[in-house]
Design a protein around this ligand. Structure first.
Ligand code: SF4
Ligand code: SF4
Ligand code: SF4
Length: 246
């Protein structure tokens, strides 16, 4: 009985918020869910957010073929775009399959088949948002237990595959060493086109991002600081972020 009451309260809460969002969106103010959704990282090949929401039939095919368990479907708690696929790079980024099976599996055009290899994808752009936290900038070695998060993720997956285990192996062995994890783990075929460690003015090093970055989110996932120092700006381009800054 208590559970039913809780579910009912949750339903009323989300319905009310949903209606409020629609009402506000009809005026000048946008729903907070809509704003959040604009910042959602979509799978490779995703067309513009507006088109994506119209085209995606919420079939979950992309999610089923992803060997890294990177794709989730938005539920009612995530509000806007319920049932559509997204990537939470904090938990698991896209690990850049060369032949983009998620795109191949998509029957609706929401993931554009023009994206035929991972370098064609553009999910967003990586940004060293919190350089003050970055271990490389601060010349702090990679701490003990840095890989617990990825181990826990893999432990929680029932149909784990070999690629995920290989990833874990590659990720191991950094404890006590200089942190170069974001650059070393970048999964695209030519990672140097996306990221490299360069000397920082404070004496340490820092990751620098280049226009080959596809915004896959792997660097955000592996960053060992409590809250990642490097984060992905979904749907933002290198040009709009870096070139307009300089
Ligand atoms: S490219 Fe591979 S890892 Fe990335 S979302 Fe698609 S299937 Fe998953
Ligand atoms: S395969 Fe395409 S249509 Fe199906 S959920 Fe994924 S993006 Fe949407
Ligand atoms: S730097 Fe590499 S790992 Fe990070 S988002 Fe860009 S392509 Fe992905």
């Amino acid at each position: 009985m208590a559970k039913i009451e809780t579910e009912r309260r949750e339903f009323i809460k989300y319905s009310t918020l949903g209606i409020l969002g629609v009402v506000l969106a009809g005026g000048v103010v946008f729903s907070p869910y809509a704003l959040k959704a604009e910042n959602r990282l979509r799978p490779p090949g995703a067309v513009s957010e507006k088109e994506f929401l119209g085209l995606c039939i919420k079939c979950g095919q992309c999610l089923q073929v992803c060997p890294f368990h990177s794709i989730k479907l938005a539920d009612i708690a995530t509000g806007h775009g319920e049932g559509t696929p997204y990537i939470d790079a904090l938990e698991r980024g896209c690990w850049g399959c060369e032949a983009v099976p998620c795109v191949l599996a998509c029957p609706s055009g929401a993931l554009d088949h023009e994206c035929s290899k991972i370098e064609d994808a553009h999910l967003g752009i990586a940004v060293l948002e919190f350089p003050d936290r970055c271990l490389a900038v601060n010349e702090t070695p990679v701490p003990k237990g840095y890989n617990d998060k990825m181990k826990k993720f893999v432990d929680g997956v029932t149909n784990i595959n070999e690629l995920e285990l290989k990833l874990l192996e590659k990720f191991d062995g950094y404890e006590g060493k200089e942190c170069t994890l974001c650059a070393d783990m970048c999964p695209i075929p030519n990672p140097m086109s996306a990221i490299s460690m360069i000397p920082d003015s404070k004496g340490g090093k820092r990751p620098e991002i280049y226009d080959g970055c596809i915004g896959c989110g792997a660097c955000e996932e592996v960053c060992p600081t409590n809250s990642p120092s490097i984060v992905i700006k979904p749907r933002v381009t290198y040009k709009s972020f870096y070139e307009n800054k300089s």
